[in-house]
Ligand binder design. Structure first.
Ligand SMILES: NC(=O)c1ccc[n+]([C@@H]2O[C@H](COP(=O)([O-])OP(=O)(O)OC[C@H]3O[C@@H](n4cnc5c(N)ncnc54)[C@H](OP(=O)(O)O)[C@@H]3O)[C@@H](O)[C@H]2O)c1
Length: 345
């Protein structure tokens, strides 16, 4: 009875928008490819299911992971998301919004709650999400700030966790510091008192300084790797330096955490370098590891708390409408983004 009342709430909202209550507008893709595969169209609105909540979108975050799923690259991801075409035609992972219906067996969330989290298919007016992956969103945080946080913020936090104990005597290098993950890594490292050197392209150096980085290198001409250094920690997010290069700028007992790096060509999209690093690491005094971030509710909640306390910010470069998802993706892929890109309904 309670659920019926909640579902009716959604229907009256959709009717007010002049559309059938069973449909919604969503970004969709029916084949793998570039941003041109993204369309904006009408589709069935998800129904609340056991363990799930239905969320009316406040904003959705765009990130490289969504690009990988859209492109179906590296090819191995197609084993999970559809060999010939994506099984779930709605892209998007990160979102924030208001709960409009609650499925059976869900506790801790009610209609009207503001939430953020991850769910496959977040580029839509309504998102069906696993309640176990959601976090309550305090009133003072905007939809856009929240939607930009889950994947990039949690990845950044887990990269620092993997790097081990960090403090004022830690000298860290962050590459790809101007991007979605990097902009959170720099802020979180500074909160721990770390001395942060950061690398990015020349036009983004001012932005990276504004994040709190102590030293910012232009990545042109070798960037930080062309200097004599002995970092305690390198968070390697972009640029794909060879393992030997990475080791050369690490202290004798330094730790490198390889987060990413887009590489053109072969289907492993940069993963071979990461695997090589992990294979040689046990034989070294230095530690080389690769991060595979996991969406832990506890980590997301920790970030929301920092944001709520005014200690952490999603650095939002540009906001697009859902109907402009193609332009938003083109903008991300073009490489000019400082921080995050967000979509709103
Ligand atoms: N391991 C995991 O679990 C995990 C999770 C999330 C993301 N990732 C990966 O992490 C990487 C970064 O993700 P993101 O969301 O932060 O991406 P992003 O927002 O696009 O930022 C990447 C940054 O890399 C820099 N960059 C681009 N090409 C470069 C090059 N050739 N050399 C050096 N820097 C370059 C760009 O900044 P400048 O123009 O300023 O250099 C860009 O801002 C991606 O490869 C992504 O797939 C991994």
């Amino acid at each position: 009875m309670e659920n019926q009342r909640k579902v009716r709430t959604v229907e009256s909202e959709a009717m007010a928008g002049g559309r059938a209550p069973s449909t919604m507008r969503a970004v969709m893709y029916r084949r793998y490819g570039g941003p041109e595969v993204l369309e904006f169209s009408e589709t069935a609105r998800p129904e609340p299911k056991p363990g799930k909540v239905l969320v009316r979108l406040g904003a959705a975050g765009l990130d490289r992971g969504t690009w990988h799923l859209m492109a179906g690259e590296p090819r191995a991801v197609r084993l999970a998301i559809g060999l010939r075409a994506p099984r779930n035609p709605v892209p998007g992972i990160d979102f924030a919004g208001e709960v409009v219906a609650v499925g059976d067996g869900v506790s801790g969330f009610a209609v009207g709650d503001r939430v953020l989290g991850v769910s496959a298919g977040s580029f839509a007016e309504y998102v069906l999400a696993d309640a176990r992956k959601l976090v309550q969103l305090p009133k003072g945080i905007s939809w856009e700030q929240a939607a930009a946080l889950p994947t990039s913020g949690v990845t950044a936090l887990q990269a620092l966790q993997k790097a081990g104990v960090l403090g004022e005597d830690t000298r860290m290098l962050v590459t790809g510091a101007s991007g979605g993950v990097g902009s959170f890594v720099v802020q979180l490292a500074k909160l721990r008192g770390v001395h942060v050197s950061a690398e990015c392209s020349a036009r983004k150096m001012e932005f990276v300084s504004s994040l709190g980085a102590d030293i910012v290198y232009d990545r042109a001409g070798g960037g930080a790797y062309s200097r004599d250094a002995a970092y305690d920690v390198v968070v390697d997010i972009a640029g794909n330096p060879p393992v030997a290069t990475l080791r050369r700028i690490l202290a004798k007992d330094g730790r490198a955490v390889i987060v990413g790096g887009e590489a053109p060509g072969p289907s492993l999209t940069g993963m071979n370098r990461q695997l090589r690093a992990v294979l040689v690491s046990p034989f070294l005094r230095q530690s080389l590891s690769m991060l595979v971030s996991v969406n832990k509710r506890q980590d997301l909640a920790e970030l929301v708390e920092l944001m709520s306390a005014g200690k952490l910010e999603s650095k939002i470069d540009k906001i697009f409408r859902l109907g402009q998802a193609r332009e938003a993706m083109e903008y991300l892929v073009a490489g000019g983004v400082c921080g995050k890109v967000v979509l709103v309904p």
